[in-house]
Design a protein around this ligand. Structure first.
Ligand code: SAM
Length: 215
């Protein structure tokens, strides 16, 4: 993604504490209090401009959603969507996925979504892929036993890599689509990247992967 420097983004994020959590380490173990209910919490890692997470929140009012994005200049667009639509069950974190263990107790997150994650095609950058084993281990630590990751991408190489990485980790691959938009899967909510690449004719791949039971 080409990033435009937006020096005002930080101030804007700070101006909306009802939507942007400034000190997520203080929320560890208390996300139900932050949202004011005991609904399940779904997170999207690498949320970008936030179309998926905000539309998911509108469609599922009894689930809490958190969009997680490392760049303030990008997540500020997700904030605009929350301000415009006044979505009470969606909030944002401008943090790096590496740090997620600091923000959530085991089992506090009920599902992890990864959408159109950066492919990092060079082998020497494999550790940066959000489906690399160290990231899978982070997700496992914040999900409940047998928690799930739902992953979509247009990138065949990243998809194949991710299936292998998840399998090596011992995860079960419960659902795989090699052409989501031409399948009978219902209720797909598109991301910004998904719309862009499917409009260019790219196929969309999707997997639902589940961690093994540790009991
Ligand atoms: N999910 C969105 C979509 O489908 O339109 C955005 C896809 S974009 C290719 C990937 C996003 O993941 C970027 O905005 C990037 O900054 C974010 N990202 C990559 N690595 C991350 C990390 N370690 N922690 C948080 N966000 C990350």
């Amino acid at each position: 993604m080409r990033l435009k420097h937006k020096p005002w983004a930080k101030d804007k994020l700070n101006d909306f504490p009802q939507y942007v959590i400034a000190n997520p380490e203080d929320c560890n173990g208390k996300w139900n209090e932050v949202f004011g209910n005991d609904h399940p919490l779904y997170i999207e890692v690498g949320t970008g401009k936030g179309r998926f997470i905000t539309e998911m929140a509108k469609a599922n009012p009894h689930i809490n959603f958190l969009g997680i994005e490392v760049y303030e200049s990008v997540i500020v667009h997700a904030l605009d969507k929350l301000i415009e639509s006044e979505i009470p069950n969606c909030k944002l974190l401008s943090v790096n996925a590496n740090d997620l263990r600091n923000f959530f107790n085991k089992g506090e997150v009920s599902r992890v979504y990864l959408n159109f994650s950066d492919p990092w095609p060079k082998t020497r950058h494999a550790k940066r892929r959000l489906t690399y084993k160290t990231y899978l281990s982070i997700y496992e630590d914040i999900l409940p036993d047998m928690g799930e990751i739902h992953f979509k991408t247009d990138n065949q190489g990243l998809f194949e890599y991710s299936l292998i990485s998840m399998s090596h980790y011992g995860m079960l691959l419960n659902f795989i689509s090699l052409d989501l938009h031409n399948s009978d899967y219902e209720g797909n909510i598109m991301t910004e990247y998904e719309e862009k690449f499917s409009n260019k004719g790219s196929r969309i791949y999707r997997v639902e992967a589940q961690f093994p039971s540790k009991k």
